[in-house]
Design a protein around this ligand. Structure first.
Ligand SMILES: O=C(O)c1cc(=O)[nH]c(=O)n1[C@@H]1O[C@H](COP(=O)(O)O)[C@@H](O)[C@H]1O
Length: 224
């Protein structure tokens, strides 16, 4: 079985992304490319990274009116990523249309509540519920829309899986014990996230900024 560990290659530097991918490729199940990489390298960059031979998770977090999101997803045709992201807060119709526009083999997953936010951040944008209730509510909405799964923190994934048994659950904000959280606020260890029901784990800086990314990926893999 392939590893549930996806490495987030958050860099605008294509050569650097390729070099880290080459070093960790035997210890991860896939590569996540996000806004930083895509803004700098675009479709051609994604194609080059596909040469590494691992599944590509293209994390562009679409959040717009349904027509715009559907057309953006259509415009990605030809890249056929294994996974792509939208924001659940874009609403049910947006998620339905994103799914309809995506290639058959691409999983569409919705970001519920960013792992960089906590309860006080939710309150500051006028959302009264706590992170747990907010994630479960958006998980239900995502399920009803017919997409494949959600992104949430390891703190909510067990509750979300209760309302969506066969959903696909992406958990970022994952840190090895004693790892620096950085800008992440809802953080769990890789092992705890998997035990709670994560389908895949997304780990960026703990691997990419390590002196030896290969060893860092291997050390995380060993805990799974
Ligand atoms: O959609 C995501 O992947 C995502 C959602 C979320 O709520 N939190 C989150 O950190 N991410 C992504 O997961 C990665 C986490 O990176 P590190 O904090 O460096 O491990 C980044 O690429 C983020 O864009």
């Amino acid at each position: 079985m392939s590893s549930p560990l996806y490495v987030a290659l958050d860099t605008p530097d294509l050569a650097r992304a390729k070099s880290i991918a080459a070093r960790v490729r035997n210890h991860v199940g896939g590569i996540k490319l996000g806004l930083e990489f895509f803004m700098a390298n675009g479709r051609a960059g994604v194609r080059e990274m596909a040469d590494v031979g691992l599944p590509i998770f293209l994390d562009l977090k679409f959040h717009d009116i349904p027509n715009t999101v559907a057309k953006a997803v259509q415009a990605l045709r030809g890249l056929e990523p294994a996974i792509l992201t939208v924001h659940a807060a874009g609403g049910r119709a947006m998620m339905e249309d994103a799914k309809a526009a995506a290639p058959e083999g691409t999983k569409v997953v919705a970001v519920t509540m960013l792992t960089s936010l906590d309860a006080s951040d939710l309150a500051s944008i006028g959302v009264g519920s706590d992170p747990h209730d907010q994630v479960v509510r958006l998980a239900e909405l995502a399920r009803e829309s017919g997409i494949d799964g959600i992104v949430c923190s390891g703190e909510e994934v067990a509750a979300a899986r209760k309302v969506w048994r066969d959903g696909f659950f992406v958990v970022p904000g994952v840190r090895p014990a004693n790892g620096s959280a950085g800008d992440q606020k809802r953080v769990v260890t890789p092992r705890a996230a998997l035990d709670a029901g994560a389908s895949i784990l997304v780990v960026g800086r703990p691997i990419t900024l390590a002196e030896d990314p290969d060893m860092a990926a291997r050390a995380i893999e060993a805990t799974l």
